[in-house]
Design a protein around this ligand. Structure first.
Ligand SMILES: NC(=O)c1ccc[n+]([C@@H]2O[C@H](COP(=O)([O-])OP(=O)(O)OC[C@H]3O[C@@H](n4cnc5c(N)ncnc54)[C@H](OP(=O)(O)O)[C@@H]3O)[C@@H](O)[C@H]2O)c1
Length: 301
């Protein structure tokens, strides 16, 4: 497919609460360095800034980022601020709080509920904003998210946050959160090559409630934080060939075909991959192709 001229418009839109976004968004986790979670070579700064600007030029208006996406010399939030502020009016910046990293990048335990205000303020400072459009509480294996989510709901009431989301959750956590405050987004790991009954149920529940379901590692799939796999199932390769597309594009298109409320936030530091990922929003898969891809999912271990 000719990717250069396709914009994020082709993917359609969905509302994060009252904020409409194009269904192809962008995740910043891969902008800071060669190794996910940041201990490899820091990224080329100009290249990362160019990727962000190009994303917006291509119509992306949903950017997912976090203060804890940083490497020794790069901060994803600082790159977003430098590349994109003053921010376009329609740009929605989603962030995530809950995980904790020290100045050396080492992971600590989860933030306590009373620490979340500080984490929100760190995002505000780095992004140069006085409120955050959308903050996800990233569950760190807590059994109940009520206390943490309740703390974020207070920050929403105080005007620091416009909308709330949750991440790395099970359906019972969505029920728990909805008793406390409105939820506009659920961000979970979810991909073509990972059978995931819990994710399937969440995706369905989100559709029922008009909540966005936002998969991460949709391109990386089973490889997760290690990055995109070079090994692809025959069904993925065959659908890719039929559309003159790449396996990554098929994976993104499959994600978007899971429901009108499903958003994609592929992450890349590579300008060519960005163009390709945005263009994947124009790929329309046939029922037979979706069945063949669903079979991959069923067979994956
Ligand atoms: N809530 C959570 O717990 C959580 C966890 C992880 C991530 N996230 C968010 O979700 C976003 C998406 O996850 P992600 O960025 O880790 O994974 P991803 O989008 O599934 O995959 C990114 C990996 O695939 C490669 N890639 C991207 N586009 C490609 C293409 N067209 N062709 C070939 N390779 C391609 C990237 O490398 P190149 O840079 O070389 O393109 C990178 O290694 C993150 O950026 C972050 O915002 C949230």
């Amino acid at each position: 497919m000719t990717t250069e001229t396709i914009t994020a418009d082709a993917s359609g839109t969905f509302g994060l609460g009252d904020l409409p976004v194009r269904r192809i968004g962008f995740g910043t986790m891969r902008l800071t360095g060669s190794a996910a979670f940041h201990h490899g070579t820091p990224s080329d700064r100009e290249r990362s800034l160019a990727v962000l600007r190009k994303a917006v030029e291509l119509g992306v208006n949903h950017i997912d980022t976090a203060a804890f996406y940083f490497s020794s010399l790069r901060s994803a939030n600082e790159l977003v601020n430098t590349a994109l502020s003053p921010y376009p009016d329609d740009l929605v910046i989603a962030t995530e709080v809950g995980p904790y990293r020290d100045y050396h990048g080492a992971w600590g335990t989860s933030a306590r509920p009373d620490e979340l205000r500080g984490h929100v303020e760190e995002n505000l400072r780095q992004l140069g904003r006085d409120h955050l459009d959308l903050v996800h509480l990233r569950r760190m294996r807590q059994d109940s998210i009520a206390e943490h989510f309740g703390a974020l709901a207070e920050l929403r009431t105080a005007g620091l946050i416009r909308h709330l989301g949750i991440s790395a959750v099970e359906p019972r956590h969505l029920t728990e959160a909805l008793r406390i405050a409105p939820v506009v987004s659920v961000q979970n790991r979810y991909a073509l090559d990972r059978p995931d009954p819990v994710g399937d149920e969440l995706l369905r529940l989100c559709g029922e409630h008009g909540i966005a379901f936002v998969p991460f590692y949709a391109v990386a799939g089973e490889a997760g934080e290690r990055g995109a796999t070079a090994v692809h199932d025959d069904a993925v390769l065959s659908v890719a060939r039929a559309h003159d597309a790449t396996p990554a594009q098929v994976r993104i298109a499959w994600t978007l075909h899971q429901g009108p409320h499903v958003l994609a936030i592929p992450g890349t530091g590579n300008p060519g991959h960005l163009t390709e990922n945005v263009a994947a929003g124009a790929l329309r898969l046939t029922a037979a192709e979706l069945t063949s891809l669903d079979q991959v999912r069923g067979q994956a271990t």
